[in-house]
Design a protein around this ligand. Structure first.
Ligand SMILES: O=c1ccn([C@@H]2O[C@H](COP(=O)(O)OP(=O)(O)O[C@H]3O[C@H](CO)[C@@H](O)[C@H](O)[C@H]3O)[C@@H](O)[C@H]2O)c(=O)[nH]1
Ligand SMILES: [Mn+2]
Length: 704
């Protein structure tokens, strides 16, 4: 019997770290002790003390969520080399989706490289199809794709023949590692020539050869007055169109900038899908978002490496990683609303897609395309339908891509990508977890996909604002994780992990208050921190030291620099008080019915010349930061004057104030910078007005 037991395709390791756990608890202990201290001394102090208590209680709550999320980190290892001898012939089909929305913010050259890298993955080509969704409906993108399909005919065989690792041509040709090969090999020169040649010529006929995966361009119908639901809407159209054409039981989606960096990635993902004993464990396989050409020491704090390493791995150890919007493989039937088998009758409460649905039920759920209903019924049983000729499905494809198709159906609500949040990804993943599925994390070496991280102040801020907005939209909706735990199958600690991320936006308010407190105290000559001779001050100093040592340790253990750690600490504050605060505001405006939230596309750049200097624009998002900076400058000056007045130096408050000032250093430079490096005069004026009114009010109230 022994020889029938084949080695596993993947393994799970738990990665306990006792030092981290000890520090987690130590910080929690300090935080709670300080809350008790504040409660006991509340009656001797005024408003500032109470506000500090409220803020610190919030910080403690967030810390509890953090610790619970991080507590059980888990690693996975995959063995794709064990696949071939077992299932090569039976490898399932995969539909691969790329979304692009704007040919200016997302230059077609970037998108095309992603498409080519997908066409070139190491997987039987007849099992693959690549769909490009163009929300910008741009002729430029369309013609680029035509060129790309021809170039791919040369490029893909070349990559496979020479086993090239990086199969996105712009990365391949730009990397110095590959240069020797380039010059010594005649055929690669030929490719370069062909590449140039194809940029002038194109043919108005799509050609798909046997050796290449299908390549399909999709630009859905959009009309004013028909909500198109941004990326989520695009993904649902892709799901339906691909359902009609190839209907693969598995699908992969990537953002237009996330090219394949590891050609084995589909096989790695299949290790999970084919190797798991219980199908419910692997609704989707998520890879981390990693970026190429990252700026030195991550000046914008957006490389996410440490976030994935600790919070991410922790979540992996619970019900599984969140869906991160890109670099994710999933079962088609999961997206069609199915629950895992093992939850039995309970599924009826969680989804309309259960048991044997008749045509009428299918029609109500999936819309009125006969062809699509047939394909959906197949998909729910994990059957692929391969039409003889792609063009047979074209008419039906137009029908399901029409802007009115989803009216009255379950798309965006019960099936498909979920609508109503600008972080449709996290919401869609939450829905899946709420139905009792688990997900897995796949981080092969070399990294599966690489994309561009936003650079510059405005781009980073726009992205962070969208995230805070979308996450908060979920929290205040019926689809929040608390309901999913009470009424669904979301596990309690997974719910806490979701809460941790959904609260990002709201964190801006206590953080902002806490940062205003030292200035307020200096101006009104009050205090919110214990005096220097009060032993309780040691609690605060200990907390500051331990917390920072701990976060620094995480950076060093991940192989990052002290500078990167500091940049992140500082950017966390800049982001929170700027982008996240505006995220909260846009959700409030949505709730009040004043304006709806918008998915603002992130600018993608191939390379950045201005090496990480913080940039600004006229957006109000920079007002809070500028205001905090000016406020602390003013309060520090006033603090120094208070020594002259013989009132004694507010030591704690002034040190805190100085710390805030250091965090906003990029803004201080921005006061004197020019052009995009400078804070616009209008922003400075607004901040001056706010600071003067604040100082006036504080003085007035403390005197009255
Ligand atoms: O109307 C739209 C808007 C966006 N997109 C596409 O969505 C993707 C992500 O947009 P991007 O501006 O790059 O957002 P990021 O902040 O970089 O993306 C992260 O956050 C998003 C949710 O906020 C997720 O959808 C992404 O997968 C995730 O990488 C891109 O391919 C866009 O082309 C569309 O297809 N249609
Ligand atoms: Mn992106």
């Amino acid at each position: 019997m022994a020889d029938t037991v084949s080695p596993p395709l993947y393994q799970k390791f738990s990665r306990k770290n006792h030092i981290h756990r000890a520090l987690d608890i130590c910080i929690l202990f300090l935080l709670t002790s300080l809350i008790f201290y504040r409660l006991l001394t509340l009656k001797n102090h005024g408003f500032a003390w109470l506000l500090a208590l409220l803020c610190e209680s919030w910080f403690t709550f967030v810390w509890v969520l953090t610790v619970s999320t991080k507590w059980n980190p888990v690693d996975y290892k995959t063995y794709p080399e064990r696949l071939p001898q077992r299932v090569e012939k039976f490898l399932p089909a995969v539909d691969m989706f790329v979304t692009t929305a704007d040919p200016v913010l997302e230059p077609p050259i970037i998108t095309m490289n992603t498409v080519i890298s997908l066409l070139a993955v190491d997987y039987p080509a007849n099992k693959l199809a690549c769909y490009l969704s163009d929300d910008g409906c741009s002729p430029l993108t369309f013609y680029s794709l035509l060129e790309t399909s021809k170039f791919a005919k040369l490029w893909v065989p070349f990559c496979k023949k020479y086993n090239i690792q990086v199969r996105a041509p712009f990365r391949y040709f730009s990397s110095t590692d590959h240069k020797p090969m380039l010059s010594s090999d005649a055929s690669s020169l030929e490719f370069q020539q062909e590449w140039k040649k194809m940029k002038i010529m194109w043919e108005n006929k799509e050609g798909v050869s046997n050796g290449l995966p299908h390549l399909i361009y999709v630009s859905r119908e959009k009309r004013p007055n028909h909500p198109h639901h941004y990326k989520a809407g695009a993904m649902n159209v892709l799901t339906r169109v691909s359902g009609l054409i190839t209907n693969a039981p598995f699908m992969l989606n990537v953002d237009c900038d996330m090219f394949v960096n590891n050609p084995q990635i589909v096989r790695h993902a299949m290790c999970f899908f084919l190797g798991s004993k219980n199908e419910g464990d692997t609704a989707f396989v998520q890879t981390p978002q990693i970026f190429y050409d990252g700026l030195k020491d991550d000046p914008f704090g957006n490389q996410l490496v440490v976030l994935y390493e600790y919070m991410g791995r922790g979540i992996v150890g619970l019900q599984g990683p969140f869906y991160g919007g890109t670099g994710c493989f999933r079962r088609r039937k999961v997206i069609y609303g199915l629950c895992p088998n093992d939850i039995g009758d309970f599924a009826k409460f969680l989804t309309p897609v259960t048991g044997n649905l008749d045509d009428k039920e299918l029609l109500n759920i999936f819309g009125n395309s006969k062809e699509f209903i047939t394909s959906a019924a197949n998909a729910l049983e994990e059957k692929t339908n391969r039409p003889n000729d792609l063009s047979d499905s074209m008419e039906a494809a137009y029908h399901v891509a029409a802007c009115g198709y989803e009216y009255g159906t379950a798309w965006g609500k019960q099936v498909g990508w979920q609508y109503g949040s600008t972080t449709e990804d996290v919401l869609t993943g939450l829905k899946i977890h709420g139905r009792g599925w688990r997900s897995v994390y796949c981080k092969p070496d070399p990294p599966a996909f690489l994309g561009c991280a936003p650079s510059g102040g405005p781009t980073s801020m726009t992205q962070q604002k969208r995230w805070a907005t979308g996450l908060l939209e979920i929290l205040v909706s019926k689809r929040n994780p608390i309901f999913a735990t009470i009424f669904g199958k979301l596990q309690l600690r997974q719910c806490l992990a979701y809460l941790w991320i959904f609260l990002w936006g709201l964190r801006s308010i206590p953080e902002l208050c806490y940062m205003v407190l030292p200035a307020y105290c200096i101006i009104t000559n009050s205090n919110f921190l214990p005096k220097v001779n009060d032993p309780a001050i040691h609690g605060y100093i200990a907390l500051l030291i331990i917390y920072n040592t701990y976060t620094l340790l995480e950076y060093l253990q991940t192989g990052l620099s002290i500078r990167a750690w500091w940049n992140k600490q500082r950017m966390a504050i800049i982001t929170s008080t700027g982008a996240w605060l505006f995220g909260v505001l846009s959700v409030i405006l949505k709730i009040l019915g004043i304006s709806d939230t918008v998915f603002e596309v992130t600018q993608k750049e191939q390379s950045t010349s201005d090496a990480g200097r913080f940039t600004f624009d006229g957006s109000p998002i920079f007002v809070p930061g500028t205001t905090l900076l000016l406020l602390h400058l003013a309060s520090l000056v006033m603090g120094l004057f208070s020594i002259r007045d013989g009132k004694g130096l507010p030591f704690g408050e002034m040190s805190f104030s100085l710390l805030v000032l250091i965090c906003f250093w990029p803004f201080l430079k921005g006061l004197f910078g020019r052009g995009k490096y400078g804070i616009p005069l209008s922003t400075i004026c607004k901040s001056v007005i706010i600071v003067s009114s604040f100082v006036y009010l504080c003085k007035h109230s403390s005197m009255g």
